[in-house]
Ligand binder design. Sequence first.
Ligand code: ZN
Length: 283
Amino acid sequence: MASPVRAPLVEDWPVGPRETKTAENFATSAERFVIAHEVGHILHKHLITDSAKVDLAKASLAELDKRPVEQEIEADVSGTFISIESMDKDGIDPRAAVTGIYFFLRAVQLGELVGAIEVDEAHRPAEERLNICDHVIGGRYGSHAPVLRQWARSSDELLERFARAALKERDRRRLVAAARMDEVLRTTTWSMGQRDIARDTALLKEMQSLMSHSPSAVVEALAANLCDADTYRQVLQSASSVEALERDDRWRRHQIAHFIARYAPVPVKQCLGVRFPIMGGQA
Ligand SMILES: [Zn+2]
């Protein structure tokens, strides 16, 4: 919406009022499609789930959001022309509405690609949904369709470049984080005696930063080094003394991974499938 294809992919690209406004326009148009999709559900009198089967007071949002796939398609179809025609009525160029549809579904598609959004029975893959919306545009607006798609097509090219660059950056960060995790688990010492609070704090701080850069690299390294209960018991039993235990590489790696996991955010603990009893509470 501001010649987006020419936007360079460099970090120091200055963001001025014009760029901020462009970003707002994209977001507003995408939001309009999301709301138009929901209005579509209302127009078609789609019920939110089968209320007879669900205790509405206790149901989670995910449970309430279950609809048959046909209803989701109907809502996408209606949402497409509702967002385009309502924008036209509001005196805004309807090409912005089409851009919003593309923009929203491409963002969902990128989410699917990295596993942040799951495709379920009701919500078909974003690419499929985009094809449906695009088909509606062609069918309903006929000879006007190519003009309506103009901005969307050029921003789509930009989004594809962003997606490629983002995935490449993700892989790069993953490699760096995995190498650092390998080093930490290989070289960090651990003893049964006195803790070095300053060192431990610095380690946790670094782990926090690594987790925000590449959570999967951290989770994989921890999972590979945590012993299960049986193995841990074996390690303890086979050590002849505290000194021998401290020389056992498996024990050392487990202690470090355990320490990092204990202070990791809840989703990381869930990924690892570990629980930590509260000190002094019940084990
Ligand atoms: Zn829906």
